[in-house]
Design a protein around this ligand. Structure first.
Ligand code: ADP
Length: 258
């Protein structure tokens, strides 16, 4: 049954969640992002590819307010990130979950507590509600039997899956994934990517991924942005970017990594 407040028609169905407008970021005299513009609609899975040092991680760090742009504007769900008061930044950060290369779990907390900690302290969930949510997510990432372990008792791939569950426990609107498999032993990569494929398929979460896993990018992306020297030099569907790239630099990059 149609809900009375459900958005009507295709125009209402697209909602811009992230927007970069003329964003420049410099470190010293090195311009890492150069008047960058792109946007991500809610529910879409967008992948950033390109050579090392082209500025991809910096984009995720700006969204997490771990770095500040020198020029330009960044908005998340219509709210501007810089400048923004502390309260607004806290609100925006609740909408954003991030999974890092290094899993960054709390080593002294069991798996369950790693996941419940922020929902209890930041969102104000009761311990029972947070544990119920955590157990569902641990099932989703295939670790339902590991709630009582410490991170150090898990493989890197399992720790990364806990980190994914931990990010999702905050029910963010967008999940930022920064080369989440690059610190893993090769035999553990597939398990983590399968979990992410599953999440991309079965939830409506927006994803912004930096990855060197081109098959994964091809599978999950609605749009792929090819970066070089702090700018998007080409963007499009995975089919276009991987099978029919326009830019010589994209062809060169893909032939080196595929
Ligand atoms: P990518 O993710 O595409 O590999 P990054 O965003 O990590 O690229 O980095 C882009 C460039 O910015 C690199 O040349 C990197 O050395 C530089 N850089 C990133 N963070 C810092 C920092 N905190 N201080 C100085 N330079 C930085």
């Amino acid at each position: 049954m149609k809900q009375p407040d459900a958005p009507a028609g295709p125009a209402a169905a697209t909602r811009e969640l992230i927007r970069f407008d003329q964003v420049t970021k410099r470190f010293g005299d090195h311009t890492v992002l150069d008047r960058l513009g792109f946007s991500v609609d809610a529910g879409k899975h967008v992948t950033l590819i390109g050579p090392s040092g082209s500025g991809k991680t910096t984009i995720l760090r700006l969204l997490m307010t771990l770095a500040k742009p020198d020029e330009g504007t960044i908005t998340v769900a219509g709210r501007q990130l810089f400048p923004a008061g502390e309260k607004q930044i806290r609100e925006i950060r609740k909408d954003i979950g991030m999974v890092f290369q290094q899993f960054n779990l709390f080593p002294n907390m069991k798996v369950l507590r790693n996941i419940t900690e922020a929902p209890v302290t930041v969102l104000g969930l009761s311990k029972d509600e947070a544990e119920e949510r955590a157990r569902e997510l641990l099932d989703l990432v295939g670790l339902g039997d590991h709630v009582d372990k410490y991170p150090g008792q898990l493989s890197g791939g399992q720790q990364q899956r806990v980190a994914i569950a931990r990010a999702l426990a905050m029910r963010p609107q967008v999940l930022l994934l920064d080369e989440v498999t690059s610190a893993l032993d090769p035999e553990l990569v597939a398990g983590v990517l399968d979990v992410l494929r599953d999440i991309a398929r079965s939830t409506d979460i927006t994803m912004l991924c930096v990855t060197h896993e081109m098959n994964f990018a091809r599978d999950i992306s609605d749009e792929v942005l090819m970066f070089d020297s702090g700018r998007v030099i080409e963007s499009g569907s995975p089919d276009k970017i991987f099978n029919d790239p326009e830019h010589a630099r994209t062809r060169e990059f893909l032939s080196a990594v595929l």
